[in-house]
Write a protein of this length. Structure first.
Length: 257
């Protein structure tokens, strides 16, 4: 066993994966439930899907369940997505499903990856690549460089479409809107801001507002609440799953343009 062989194996494998990401069909920023679902469905159909997660662990806001109680609730309407991603569940009442948050998060990550999603952790999208009035890719850097405010120049990935799946922070849309004189597809032309909790309304809105907010730039999951002024919903995740499923259809159309 030689240490240099271990290092070469890591470097060469990573470079091969990064090379595949340089020209993606879709780059999804944020590895939460809606992004993982959309990416999984698309990758399974043969699309080149790159996913960027700024934290060490993908999975978004699932891991903590509700206030550290390790279960989340999902509506019956989203059961098919759970079954497609091989996530076990138990019934709770007539309308809900109870899912172990740790199994849920790890299961979505594993299934999306096995479907072909190319996931990079500790990687932040610090800006977008724009060309002739549309988003054409992402500007990326190592998360540690951003956290420590290091003057490290980024790399770029090209894509036919980019998704803001960063959740409450809506990092991608917020940065894009603040840096460019553009009008988004929102009531104000800018991110509206997330409202307080109203679960039933929020669950419907997160699916309804999963959309193309600017040519080549899409939003899904909790990013829709921040961008379109929706309510938050707490530890119920059916809308997130259905948002991802809807997004997969929208992105398939976008990739065929």
């Amino acid at each position: 066993m030689r240490e240099i062989d271990i290092t070469k194996g890591i470097v060469e494998s990573h470079v091969k994966s990064l090379d595949k990401a340089l020209q993606s069909d879709v780059v999804i920023v944020g590895a939460g439930p809606s992004g993982l679902v959309a990416g999984g469905y698309l990758a399974e159909k043969g699309y080149n899907i790159t996913m960027l997660e700024k934290r060490l662990s993908p999975g978004g806001g699932i891991w903590g369940g509700g206030m550290g109680y390790k279960f989340v609730i999902i509506q019956e309407e989203a059961r098919q997505v759970l079954e497609d991603f091989d996530i076990p569940f138990s019934r709770y009442g007539d309308k809900y499903l109870s899912v172990d948050a740790i199994t849920f998060a790890s299961g979505l990550i594993y299934k999306a990856s096995s479907m072909g999603v190319n996931i990079f952790n500790i990687t932040v999208c610090e800006d977008l690549l724009v060309r002739e009035g549309r988003v054409a890719g992402v500007v990326i850097n190592n998360s540690l460089a951003e956290i420590n405010h290091l003057p490290v120049d980024p790399l770029t990935l090209e894509a036919k479409a980019v998704v803001d799946a960063t959740g409450h922070d809506h990092d991608v849309v917020r940065t894009f809107s603040s840096k460019n004189d553009v009008r988004l597809n929102t009531p104000t032309g800018k991110p509206v801001g997330e409202r307080s909790m109203f679960a039933s309304t929020a669950e419907d809105a997160v699916v309804e507002n999963t959309s193309e907010v600017y040519p080549g730039l899409f939003v899904c999951g909790m990013s829709t609440a921040a961008v379109y002024g929706g309510y938050r919903m707490g530890p119920i995740f059916g809308g997130m799953l259905l948002s991802g499923k809807k997004l997969a259809g929208l992105l398939e159309e976008a990739c065929s343009r």
